[in-house]
Design a protein around this ligand. Sequence first.
Ligand code: GAF
Length: 394
Amino acid sequence: MREQLESTFKELFGSADGAEFFFAPGRVNLIGEHTDYNGGHVFPCALTLGTYGMARKRADNKLHFYSLNLTKPGVIEVPLDHLDYSDNYNWANYPLGVVWAFAQRGKTLDTGMDLLIWGNIPSGSGLSSSASLEVLTGLILKDLYHFPDLTMIDLALIGQYSENNFNGMNCGIMDQFAVAMGRKDHAIFLDTSDLSYEYAPIQLADSRIVITNSKVKHSLVDSKYNERREECATALSQLQTVTGIRSLGELDIDTFLQLQDVIDHPVVRKRARHAVCENQRTIQAAAALKAGNVNRFGELMNQSHLSLRDDYEVSCDEIDILVDLAWTVPGVIGSRITGGGFGGCTVSIVHNDAVDTFIETLGPQYQERTGYKADFYTVDIGDGAKKLDAAAAF
Ligand code: GAF
């Protein structure tokens, strides 16, 4: 792909002289879903799939964005003195939002930029193609415009800030953090209450991580996500009338069960129960992985799915079919929905010897029952966002 990026860059912007290459991964979350905006723990890892960017400063004040992923591409041009969201900018609202967020932090760009991107994260799959693009843009701006004081965690926070305030999706920090801070063959055990984290080696014995893309993305995902956040905020404020907690993540399960009646709406109570229990499951799952207990890890993944399906109600029929089928395959250690929900992907831990059977069982049966053709990725865990050296091949 490198050659194709170079030749397109030349074609669009005159020459490729002085342009640099960057990469930011996608992510998969192993467990700890919808806990990151509740001060809880998450356990994601960066993928080797991701977004590549080729970029160079311009002499004028124009930002040029171009994606090789679009079937009907075109250069999107935005002047630096009009950093406003526009539906016409489509995907370019993500990099544009990051330029805007840099300016909000006093890091104004002195000139424009040409940015060409290409990515291999399936879009709409819930594997964080938007966070990947945000952190990629942050890294490019840090490098090209010389902002050495910004750390990778700052870039994650800027990405989240731009997604919340420029793109209107009120996400937590998990995705941008995993994309910025990922480490090869490790998951990140992140406490979102204070951003302390630990790298956990992925010790899956004789098993692999398999992602199954349902190819389904239900509408209103962002608004339903924002609605869940509000429900958790309501639960918290009602609990705060009887306890001094600052987030749902501070509660253990017993304390929650004792206090839960203060939450007046049964649906809101269920949402909070998910947030509290999922956080505790994530802590237990990280400990199980550390102790080499992959089966326990799998059980916790399965429980996580049930909670996301029944209490948090962010699954959907197609995803439930995939998970139910996965649970019937011998050698499947755990399987659950991953990411924000309402479609997207499942993540499963599958014994090496069972991977083929897993795909042969789920593929046709899922297609027969839903009409969709699932995609399967037996994934490797990679590093976080980085600048690529001049000779890097991809
Ligand atoms: C989406 C969000 F962007 C994350 O912040 C996180 O809340 C996740 O859904 C659910 O765990 O990916």
